[in-house]
Design a protein around this ligand. Structure first.
Ligand SMILES: [Zn+2]
Length: 93
């Protein structure tokens, strides 16, 4: 019975040996993309990507979005009205 339960859990969450879970990875994804993750977090994350296609795709999308945003910001400085808009939004929060 116990063994069956373990197998069932295994089929839901991957092999029990698998170090990282998707949930943990999604949590550290933002840190990795922002370059703020520790070496350990990054390794843990990248290990998981090797085994998990959905997380890999998710990471690629996040990374691309981040790059596009960075390029936009670097190439054109944000219009002042946009900056003011953001500032007033922050104030009202
Ligand atoms: Zn995953």
């Amino acid at each position: 019975m116990k063994r069956n339960f373990t197998n069932w859990m295994g089929s839901l969450f991957g092999k029990p040996k698998q170090k990282a879970t998707c949930c943990d990875c999604i949590k550290s994804l933002q840190l990795v993309v922002d370059g703020e993750a520790t070496k350990q977090q990054e390794e843990y994350f990248l290990n998981h990507l090797d085994e998990c296609m959905p997380c890999y795709n998710f990471y690629e999308v996040e990374k691309t979005v981040k790059q596009v945003l960075q390029n936009k910001i670097e190439k054109k400085s944000a219009p002042t009205h946009l900056a003011e808009n953001i500032r007033s939004r922050l104030k009202s929060m």
